[in-house]
Design a protein around this ligand. Structure first.
Ligand code: 6MQ
Length: 374
């Protein structure tokens, strides 16, 4: 029996949006879903109870970081990542491919694998597709990622073609090495840069390998939004309807809505938690930099329309004070709000798909938030 089961509940009548249910060994997930990022076995500033309170059903963690610190062997001895971090709902781990390229220095890419230096202490390491699967098997995450190369943007056709070929080879090797298939679902990651033929070929060859789900990688790496949207559109065309699609590293409210419209089911991004710690929050009328002077005597909530713990109990003036005083509670209250905002947005998107009014919802949300229609 497979580790996860995806059921397509309803297709939107005018877009590629889908309403789905994803059953995992650690609970049921309604899709489309936003996954809070907990890179080092914690969603920064949040306790697991607070994450459940705001409705998180699945969170991300990271092979590269946990391998370097505290080490996957320690987490295995603790009984796996769920036990170690006291999170009994679903966990998806990224494979480290992207982190090696975005965080570590001195990288040598060979067919065998990638040599890199730790961004923590400069020590040398060597990741292969087999090693990365072994680490994720030790962590025990419910959904694990293949080892891939996220080509930089921009990158020329030849580079992206070779990189995509390597990603395909590594996907095959990882699939062979993955032993725990009934408890951990391994996703293939589609690469191919901004090149339509490479995206199509990569998707088709991964689909031939029959993964339980597919990630769209190589995006949210600095390309223009409309380029990202076009690549998502063309890639989902070659992915099976009855399997989940996960757009890695996305995103902001507009990107989430545009991604759902183009057939994406799962999203993750550091944005909500990262900008929260810097004093920027999402509101129904756009982003608000609560640490700014105008809010010094503004006793209204961050967002009048929000019913999260932060908005029910604290004012902009108080939260601004916390940021100015560099108080830890500032990051906590802003993070609770930002994650709740995106998780609630996904709930409203799912409701709009149910009622076949997703495009109307998008129009309404964009107008109020201050986005320009694409
Ligand atoms: C807006 O947040 C910034 O943008 C990055 C998110 N964008 C992103 N694109 C990704 C692509 C891949 C991929 O191709 N493969 C694998 N395995 N994982 C991936 C993870 C990815 N995340 C965040 O990463 C940094 C920290 C650089 O800034 C954040």
């Amino acid at each position: 029996m497979a580790a996860i089961k995806y059921r397509l509940i309803k297709k939107d009548s005018r877009t590629n949006a889908r309403l789905g249910i994803l059953e995992t060994p650690h609970g049921v997930i309604e899709t489309p879903v936003f996954m809070p990022v907990g890179t080092q076995a914690t969603v920064k500033a949040m306790t697991p109870e607070e994450l459940k309170e705001i409705g998180a059903t699945i969170i991300l963690s990271n092979t590269y970081h946990l391998y370097l610190r505290p080490g996957h062997k320690i987490i295995e001895k603790a009984g796996g990542l769920h036990r170690f971090m006291n999170w009994d709902r679903a966990i998806l781990t990224d494979s480290g491919g992207f982190q090696i390229f975005s965080l570590s220095s001195l990288r040598k890419i060979k067919e065998e694998g990638v040599e890199f230096r730790s961004h923590i202490d400069g020590s040398k390491h060597f990741f292969t597709p087999e090693k990365v699967i072994e680490i994720q098997n030790a962590l025990g995450s419910d959904i694990i990622m293949s080892f891939d190369e996220c080509a930089p943007y921009p990158a020329d056709y030849e580079y992206v073609k070779n990189s995509m070929e390597l990603t395909i080879k590594w996907a095959e090797r990882g699939k062979k090495a993955h032993k725990n298939t009934e408890k951990q679902a391994l996703f293939g990651i589609v690469q191919g840069g901004i090149y339509e033929d490479l995206r199509k070929e990569c998707a088709q060859r991964l689909v031939e390998m029959d993964f339980p789900g597919y990630s769209i990688g190589g995006l949210s790496v600095g390309e223009p939004k409309n380029v990202m949207y076009d690549i998502v559109d063309l890639t989902t065309e070659y992915l099976p309807e009855n399997k989940p699609r996960y757009l890695m590293g996305v995103g902001s409210p507009d990107d989430l809505i545009e991604g759902v419209i183009r057939g994406v089911d799962m999203f993750d991004c550091v944005l909500p938690t990262r900008i929260a710690r810097n004093g920027t929050v999402f509101t129904s009328k756009g982003k608000l930099i609560v640490r700014d002077a105008p809010y010094a005597e503004d006793f209204s909530p961050l967002d009048e329309e929000c019913d999260c713990y932060t908005c029910k109990n604290y004012s902009r003036a108080y939260i601004r004070h916390l940021f100015k005083a560099n108080e830890i509670l500032a990051a906590r209250l802003a993070t609770i709000h930002n994650l709740y905002f995106l998780i609630k947005l996904m709930e409203r998107i799912r409701e709009a798909i149910r009622q076949d009014r997703l495009l109307e919802f998008k129009k309404q949300f964009f107008k109020k938030y201050g986005y320009k229609e694409e």
